[in-house]
Design a protein around this ligand. Structure first.
Ligand code: CA
Length: 129
């Protein structure tokens, strides 16, 4: 079975190019264009990993992250932000994000982070069981 990644990103061109990149790498990609839609998909589908844009039109990424944790999601989360100097990135990791990546996104860096997050999540689950 393919590893599933949910991308939550309201900018459609960015969403499409991320989806293409990840599909090329052999992942199954789920897409959401708003925080609410992403949250629902995440809790229903339980993807292994979520790429979460911090700036969304309805709910911001940090709130999505908090609600994911409240809903007992154990998806690994990587935050995408244009502004890594802000406290947002720090708040994201404090709220359970695995890591964050700066926009514009460098594909190679993103793929490294994704692999690392997936490995970490797997280890964590092995420890738990
Ligand atoms: Ca955005």
């Amino acid at each position: 079975m393919k590893t599933r990644i949910l991308v939550i990103e309201d900018e459609r061109t960015a969403l499409q190019s991320l989806a293409l990149l990840l599909e090329d790498e052999g992942f199954e990609v789920l897409k959401a264009e708003s925080g609410q839609a992403g949250l629902e998909l995440a809790l229903q589908q339980e993807p292994e990993l979520i790429l979460l844009d911090i700036r969304l039109p309805d709910v911001d990424g940090i709130s999505v992250l908090r609600r994911l944790r409240a809903g007992h999601s154990n998806s690994a989360v990587i935050i995408m932000t244009a502004d890594t100097n802000s406290s947002n990135a720090i708040r994201a990791t404090q709220n359970g994000a695995f890591d964050y990546i700066a926009k514009p996104i460098h594909d190679d860096h993103l793929l490294v982070l994704i692999r690392r997050a997936l490995e970490y999540r797997q280890l964590e689950q092995e420890v738990r069981s």
